[in-house]
Ligand binder design. Structure first.
Ligand SMILES: C[S@@+](CC[C@H](N)C(=O)[O-])C[C@H]1O[C@@H](n2cnc3c(N)ncnc32)[C@H](O)[C@@H]1O
Length: 214
């Protein structure tokens, strides 16, 4: 499974039943949770007054980015996890129901292909796509990032593997969304979001996961 992901393979080929999900929980999830938590920590440091009330987790898998989101901002009250893979989504629901977080226990789970559009998904003040856009063709990833930005009323966080390919893949959607953010900023009234946009950055350190905070 790790070899498959390192070779930029998608989840559909390796997550085909509950046993595969169990392997992902054991082998991959601790690292993807840690990566999302680290990137969210940077977002929290960049935006000390930001306190999202809602979270949309795109390509949620079993849900680690949502857990990290709740751990960073416990005031998040509404969580929606979206994924195409029913096995992952079932695990996400089971684990969320067992959580001590009320927001996770009442989370919504949507089985959907994000390449088909996100217009029906709820808007959220925090939108996360963690290790998800890399599973799409490059053009689809840009469209998905744009659609994710359209659903976003605050911060969009994109996390990808900390490889040359991961960072190359993240730049394109991130640059595009950054341009969209600037266009929006020119039109918007002064608000905390506008002030925050001045501090937006696309960040990556060698050896750490590539991520963009938009
Ligand atoms: C490597 S997993 C990452 C899961 C989780 N975000 C994490 O950080 O551990 C990638 C996820 O993206 C989902 N995914 C890939 N393509 C998708 C698509 N077109 N629509 C919805 N979900 C998709 C997969 O089913 C999988 O759950």
């Amino acid at each position: 499974m790790s070899q498959h992901y390192r070779a930029n393979g998608g989840s559909a080929a390796v997550i085909r039943d509950e046993l595969d999900v169990a392997a992902y929980l054991t082998v991959r999830l601790p690292a993807t949770f840690a990566a999302a938590a680290a990137a969210l920590g940077e977002a929290a440091a960049l935006l000390p007054n930001y306190a999202p009330a809602s979270l949309l987790d795109i390509g949620a898998g079993p849900g680690p980015a949502s857990w990290a989101g709740i751990a960073t901002w416990p005031a998040i009250g509404a969580v929606t996890m979206v994924d195409a893979n029913p096995h992952f989504l079932r695990a996400a629901r089971t684990l969320a129901e067992a959580s001590s977080s009320p927001a996770l226990r009442r989370a919504a789970f949507v089985q959907a292909n994000i390449s088909d559009g996100m217009g029906r998904l709820p808007r959220a003040e925090l939108v996360i796509a963690a290790y998800a856009l890399a599973e799409l063709a490059e053009r689809e990833a840009v469209e998905a990032a744009t659609a994710a930005w359209d659903r976003c009323d605050g911060v969009l966080l994109i996390v990808e593997p900390g490889t040359s390919e991961g960072f190359r893949r993240i730049r394109s959607p991130a640059t595009l969304c950054y341009a969209a953010a600037l266009m929006w900023w020119r039109r918007a009234r002064m608000s905390w979001r506008v002030r925050s946009l001045r501090r937006i950055g696309v960040t990556s350190r060698s050896g750490s996961p590539a991520h963009a905070i938009i």
